[in-house]
Design a protein around this ligand. Sequence first.
Ligand SMILES: *Cc1c(COP(=O)(O)O)cnc(C)c1O
Length: 412
Amino acid sequence: MTTKAAPQHQHASLFPIQGNELIIGGIKISQLAQRIGQTPFYAYDRELLNQRMTDLRHAMPPDLKIHYAIKANPMPALVQHMASLVDGFDLASAKEMQTALNTPMSAQHISLAGPGKRPEELSQAIAAGITLHVESAHELETIAQISQTTGLQTSIAIRINPAFELKASGMKMGGGPKQFGIDEEQTPDILKRIKELELNFVGFHIYSGSQNLKADSIIDAQQKSLALADQLSKYCPSPIKKLNIGGGYGIPYFPGEAPLNIQQIGAALDTEMAHFKKNHPDTEIIIELGRYLVGEAGLYICQVIDKKISRGQTYLVVNGGLHHHLAASGNFGQVIRKNYPVAIANKMQCAEMETVNIVGPLCTPLDILGDKMHLPKAEIGDFVAVYQSGAYGYSASPHQFLSQPDCVEALI
Ligand SMILES: *Cc1c(COP(=O)(O)O)cnc(C)c1O
């Protein structure tokens, strides 16, 4: 089944091509694979990370602080690079804290959130002097006890589970009953307790969702977050120093999805922030982004190791799969499986096309990287590139599953 060339996909333009080859950080795919010494691997492009932050800063209000949520991609070299670009880091565990503290980022600009923080984690965070986002009444008491025993204090912010939700989100994390944060209705009582315990209150964290491509929904959530913080300020023991209004900025993965309009979001936020600052002139306003900052700068690269036909359908069997890239296989929170954008990375301008299924080596029918994709005709040894792989890739995948060889990560 062969037809004439069709455009590969909408994201191909982020990574240049030279002849038939995809270029990553100025290096041809074949040469990069040789340099790395194996496939599969993840490659993250430093220049694309820089470009993304430059564009974002340009669109956002100048006094807005932009944090990187390390869980999107905790590769130490990448986090080190991000330290030079962003204003702070948001963490989800003590291990991420060690990665963050190995960079030049000051502890003052690092915060830890997440339900179920273990007492050891809390005590490490307090000793480090990073901001703790408290998610329950019990956690608050544990923090107070640790502070009393050790004589060390750190900054405390309350993570609020807002009554509103981020509409049209890939993953909702606010509105209704949730394991995250403290319900907004319970917040006045918690603030009273913070005062009694004489803890160092600094502000609020309001995170309402992830992977959103609708500027209107994000603008709505940001506006509601600022309004909620303003309402709650009358219960606060001291002025709000830090207000993290979340993020949820998405990237396009699938056909028909368009990039987020950050100009529109930035303009709306500028107005809302000016309004908020009338009553709260000294509040630092923060957004925290993971996927948006790093997702489009990464590729997952594997190689075709077999090609076969089963009852009329062509299968490319590759040496990588869901054990390295769960999200691309469609098993990381997708309801209906869709193909991530994929290219045959050494046949970028090849005219002869065919429809193929791209599958990994695992003994499970879930190990799919491409379902009936129209791609240049590939042979054994060719490189398969999965785009939009810089976030929730390697660290969000079950590496041990079926005991296959591991993959490597490189920042180029
Ligand atoms: C996961 C998470 C993020 C990052 O989400 P992205 O969709 O990658 O931007 C930020 N903040 C909190 C609290 C999170 O749980």
